[in-house]
Write a protein that binds this ligand. Structure first.
Ligand SMILES: [Zn+2]
Ligand SMILES: [Zn+2]
Length: 158
């Protein structure tokens, strides 16, 4: 489980749909898995359009590939309180949950063994076969919560 590289897993998924891993799709997936960070579709469009191969990848191709990557279980979408959505890796990356700031939209990742154990227990009690779980906590992050005066004082000290 989880031994295939993201690109191989995507190729396999595309085959089941009778589709091919095109050069454009390879460029997109390489860019997506270059680093683990949350990103939105438009950011990816601009990252891909300045790719080193110089090959043009259209916006529509990126959007379509994102949809397929999500379907393949390689990416998942996280909705932010302002209605925008970001993507993150859902393959080859440990299960984790999010604290989501409703002011700046920041996503803070955390893992907690107690939460995981509770989820396992609930699934067992319901004879439920889990494929994953998602916990999103909404609120205000420490940065946004800091009163402006305190920030000034900190600056004065420097
Ligand atoms: Zn914030
Ligand atoms: Zn995350």
């Amino acid at each position: 489980m989880g031994e295939l590289s993201p690109i191989d897993k995507f190729r396999e998924f595309l085959q089941t749909k009778g589709e091919r891993l095109t050069r454009e799709r390879s460029i997109i997936i390489e860019e997506v898995f270059a680093e683990h960070e949350h990103f939105d579709a438009d950011t990816l469009v601009s990252r891909v359009s300045s790719n080193k191969s110089g090959r043009r990848v259209s916006r529509a191709t990126v959007y379509r590939a994102l949809k397929l990557l999500e379907e393949a279980g390689l990416l998942r979408k996280v909705a932010r309180p302002n209605g925008s959505e970001v993507y993150e890796h859902d393959y080859g990356y440990p299960q984790h949950d999010h604290l989501i700031c409703s002011k700046c939209g920041d996503l803070i990742e955390f893992t907690n063994e107690v939460i995981s154990a509770i989820v396992e227990k609930i699934c067992a009690e319901n004879s439920f076969i889990k494929s994953g779980h998602r916990l999103e906590v909404y609120g205000v992050c420490a940065k946004c919560n800091a009163p402006p005066q305190r920030r000034h004082r900190k600056l004065d000290l420097v």
